[in-house]
Write a protein that binds this ligand. Structure first.
Ligand SMILES: Cc1cc2nc3c(=O)[nH]c(=O)nc-3n(C[C@H](O)[C@H](O)[C@H](O)COP(=O)(O)OP(=O)(O)OC[C@H]3O[C@@H](n4cnc5c(N)ncnc54)[C@H](O)[C@@H]3O)c2cc1C
Length: 414
């Protein structure tokens, strides 16, 4: 793989851009791999990347029914933060956030990580108490956050209205090294690095069955034929229940649509991410100038990757209370993704009842931020059979009652 560099850009500029290589090879499935990963979203690709980079396992296929990064990874609002409450969550999200800091250098691909700061508004006394508790928990976990006053909020975000009609701003939970990254670039950067290690990314190939013998996985059936493997990683987000069903087990997961929208582009007005969980809305400004806006998830189960008018209306109405200037903007486009929600709003990274088969799912509304940490830990779990990062996220915790309750930190927000 030719490295991207300022020198390469200059050389190609002078020679008519004829020397660029394809970012990843177009692969056809082989008969057998050591590891098959189902799902070429961020989590599947990151898992494959760290399997190769950390454990030297490169005889790997990543099988994707659509196009890589076309699931939730390419549909999210890209918020990155690690200010969770429980210790196992803080550990995996902070690992991910810290890997994001140098991911562009590591992948030799600009993922446009922008640690512009993430602000979670406290708009009720209950939220103030909750966020103060999170700040204390984060201090013990080594995650840098602090509680800021309304005056500091106004200084960082001058367009905010502090004394809204329903919910005044009473302060905020602030993480200054949280922010955003370019979602497509995260998927593309991992894909390019996986392909360079000799892994096969097989797109437009749907897994339709999981083959097993004597309680052990032996391969998958796909629309491009059967593929044998020693180990299988299921990393399919909104379709986790469907693929788990093929492998013969059930998951405590519900799938709902989650939506987002962007406004027409405007001049820079806000250089951090603001989340308003009481009124169900959050916002950042993209590099192109669009206001990127997201709200809550649908209250009914479905598999449709579409938006709906009532959500747009609810979300925008809520945000206009705190950001009156939004009322003057036109909406440019809106979309939906299918998110997989667990009861405690924490993910599942686990062995399964089928030997050799592992599952990574349940990231719900907030898994983009976790991609590098999840890939790091899940690759270790698949390679070695255990990982300190994934230990608490077993699928059996629901049977044992060992919930990792993040419903306040992750139930609505991202
Ligand atoms: C509107 C919206 C906003 C969001 N905002 C944020 C945010 O701001 N911050 C944040 O951290 N998170 C956010 N999220 C959540 C985040 O996008 C997801 O948690 C994350 O992208 C999940 O990544 P993944 O790799 O697990 O899944 P995906 O990217 O969905 O990848 C799974 C892949 O599996 C493939 N697949 C499914 N079934 C099969 C099969 N049978 N065979 C082969 N392939 C299959 C799919 O086609 C898909 O490409 C948001 C989500 C949405 C929808």
């Amino acid at each position: 793989m030719k490295r991207y560099s300022a020198f390469a850009v200059a050389r190609e500029a002078l020679t008519g851009h004829k020397g660029w290589e394809r970012a990843w090879r177009k692969a056809q499935p082989k008969k057998r791999y050591d590891v098959v990963i189902v799902g070429a979203g961020g989590h599947g690709l990151a898992t494959a990347y760290y399997l190769g980079k950390r454990f030297g396992i490169t005889n790997v296929a990543i099988i994707e029914k659509g196009w890589l990064g076309g699931g939730n990874t390419g549909r999210n609002t890209t918020i990155i933060r690690s200010n969770y409450l429980q210790d196992p969550s803080a550990a995996i999200y902070e690992k991910a956030r810290s890997l994001y800091e140098t991911l562009s250098q590591d992948l030799n691909y600009n993922v446009m990580f922008s640690p512009r700061g993430v602000m979670m508004l406290a708009q009720t006394e209950h939220e103030v108490r909750g966020y103060l508790r999170t700040v204390h928990a984060n201090a013990l976990q080594g995650v840098k956050t602090r509680f800021i006053t309304p005056a500091e909020v106004k200084k960082i975000v001058p367009i905010i209205r502090l004394d809204g009609p329903r919910y005044p701003v009473l302060g905020a939970l602030w993480q200054d090294r949280g922010g955003t990254a370019r979602h497509d670039a995260v998927a593309w950067g991992y894909a390019r690095a996986c392909s360079a290690m000799g892994m096969d990314i097989i797109q437009k190939c749907e897994v339709t069955g999981v083959r097993q013998e004597a309680g052990r996985v032996t391969g998958v059936q796909t629309t491009k034929g059967d593929i044998a493997c020693d180990k299988l990683g299921i990393v399919v987000a909104g379709h986790s229940g469907v693929v788990a069903n093929m492998a013969g087990f059930r998951l405590p997961i519900e799938c709902v649509a989650l939506q987002a929208l962007v406004s027409e582009p405007i001049k820079p007005v806000m250089d951090c991410v603001v989340m308003a969980n009481t009124v169900h809305g959050y916002m950042s400004q993209s590099d192109k100038g669009e206001m990127v806006i997201g709200g809550g998830a649908d209250q009914f189960n479905n598999y449709s990757q579409r938006g709906s008018f009532h959500h747009v209306e609810e979300t925008v109405r809520a945000l206009i209370e705190t950001f009156p200037m939004l009322s003057r903007l036109k909406m440019l486009r809106w979309w939906g993704g299918i998110v997989d929600m667990t009861g405690d709003r924490s993910p599942i990274l686990s062995k399964t009842p089928l030997e050799g088969c592992f599952i990574n799912c349940g990231w719900g509304t907030g898994g983009f931020k976790a991609i590098p940490g999840s890939g790091w830990g899940f690759a270790e779990l698949m390679a070695k059979g255990h990982s300190p990062l994934t230990e608490e996220f077993s699928m059996w915790r629901f049977r044992e009652g060992k919930f990792i309750d993040e419903s306040v930190a992750a139930g609505v927000a991202h």
